[in-house]
Ligand binder design. Structure first.
Ligand SMILES: NC(=O)c1ccc[n+]([C@@H]2O[C@H](COP(=O)([O-])OP(=O)(O)OC[C@H]3O[C@@H](n4cnc5c(N)ncnc54)[C@H](O)[C@@H]3O)[C@@H](O)[C@H]2O)c1
Length: 337
């Protein structure tokens, strides 16, 4: 067996081409297969990857005994079945977000992969962003005090998808970060959204998740906005921090702002220094792909494993139910796990 991990890419579309670029170049990767249902798409990438075999047949990848890992960048409704078949064929899997369409499917994948020795990693890209690592570090070191609430803004005049709504397409990123930053179990959610462009596909959504600790996360998601915003704000009891992915060289800003009690017992506010910590500038997707290769090579659980994929899909599914019921509050029960 090669010291490098043998990789098969499936889905070479809008996002898959970025994964292909990484798995075609990373030193730990030996790109063996490229699979896409569309002939023109396959033809477009063949010259750049002479060492890989191009095919429309997923079965060819599953049947290759030398292929260790499959990377899935196909549309969301295909994730479950393609991942399930890969695991049954003994392949490690990296699957694009969201891991599955339903929590029931996610649980089935978890049950299938558990004890198999296989890696199932979901590409929750922001979990590999050094800016998000910095937010987590600021929380862990106590710099921000107690986290009170976290909110995300993910807005753009962006690609309007015909199948996924803005919650499943964009919200999945923020949910993975909010769950990572708040050390408590989510207990209830609500979401409201509007379908301005296509009937039945929300292009704008506002969503809320409340944790057992009383901490809260809020998301504003939209494909219909003049601003391109990729922001996550953490409000702590001592300081506040903003991760802004649109900023080229000040991804995280820490504000020494907050409330305090005066000796006379009055509540006052205070504004102090603003500082910008250094952040690693590596591409988060390259970090994610390397992490997957390391997990496969080392037989270790990845940072965004099947349990994390399930947690995120559970929150998404509950938010979707709330959207469909006009913003009703939905409890997240632990019973189904
Ligand atoms: N992590 C991120 O930031 C990010 C960004 C965009 C998209 N995505 C995710 O990437 C995935 C793909 O999205 P996209 O925008 O690239 O979609 P896309 O429609 O542009 O590309 C999908 C590709 O998959 C191919 N395909 C579909 N079914 C197939 C099958 N059964 N076998 C082989 N090929 C098949 C299609 O021919 C197409 O080339 C989705 O899960 C999406 O949510 C992630």
């Amino acid at each position: 067996m090669s010291a490098r991990v043998t990789v098969g890419m499936v889905g070479l579309g809008g996002w898959g081409k970025n994964l292909l670029r990484n798995f075609g170049a990373l030193p730990g990767s030996d790109l063996r297969w490229c699979c896409d249902a569309d002939e023109a798409t396959r033809a477009a990438y063949t010259p750049a990857h002479p060492g890989a075999r191009f095919t429309e047949s997923y079965d060819e990848l599953l049947a290759d005994p030398d292929l260790q890992a499959i990377v899935l960048a196909t549309p969301v409704p295909t994730h479950f079945e393609l991942a399930r078949r890969a695991i049954l064929a003994g392949k490690h899997v990296m699957v694009e977000k969201p891991m599955t369409w339903t929590a029931a499917e996610a649980r089935e994948l978890r049950d299938l992969v558990s004890g198999s020795g296989l890696v199932l990693m979901v590409d929750h890209l922001l979990r590999f962003h050094p800016g998000v690592d910095k937010l987590r570090e600021l929380i862990d070191t106590g710099e921000l005090g107690d986290v009170r609430y976290v909110y995300g803004n993910r807005l753009n005049l962006g690609r309007i998808r015909p199948d996924e709504n803005v919650l499943w397409s964009l919200g999945v990123h923020d949910i993975s970060v909010v769950l990572h930053l708040i050390d408590s179990e989510p207990v209830e959610v609500w979401a409201r959204g509007e379908c301005y462009v296509q009937p039945g596909v929300e292009d704008v959504a506002f969503a809320y998740v409340r944790f057992a600790s009383g901490q809260v996360g809020h998301l504003h998601l939209s494909w219909l906005d003049p601003h391109k915003m990729r922001k996550m704000t953490v409000i702590g009891s001592r300081k506040m921090a903003v991760f802004d992915d649109m900023e080229p060289d000040r991804k995280v800003t820490v504000y020494d702002k907050g409330d305090w009690q005066t000796p006379a017992g009055r509540i006052s506010t205070h504004t102090g220094d603003i500082w910008i910590p250094w952040i690693d500038t590596r591409e988060p997707l390259a970090i994610a792909c390397s992490h997957f290769l390391e997990a496969v090579a080392g037989d270790s659980a990845p940072r965004t494993d099947v349990d994390e994929g399930l947690r995120v899909v559970e929150v998404l599914e509950a938010m979707q139910t709330s959207l469909e019921r006009g913003g009703e509050t939905i409890s997240l029960g632990a019973a189904a796990r």
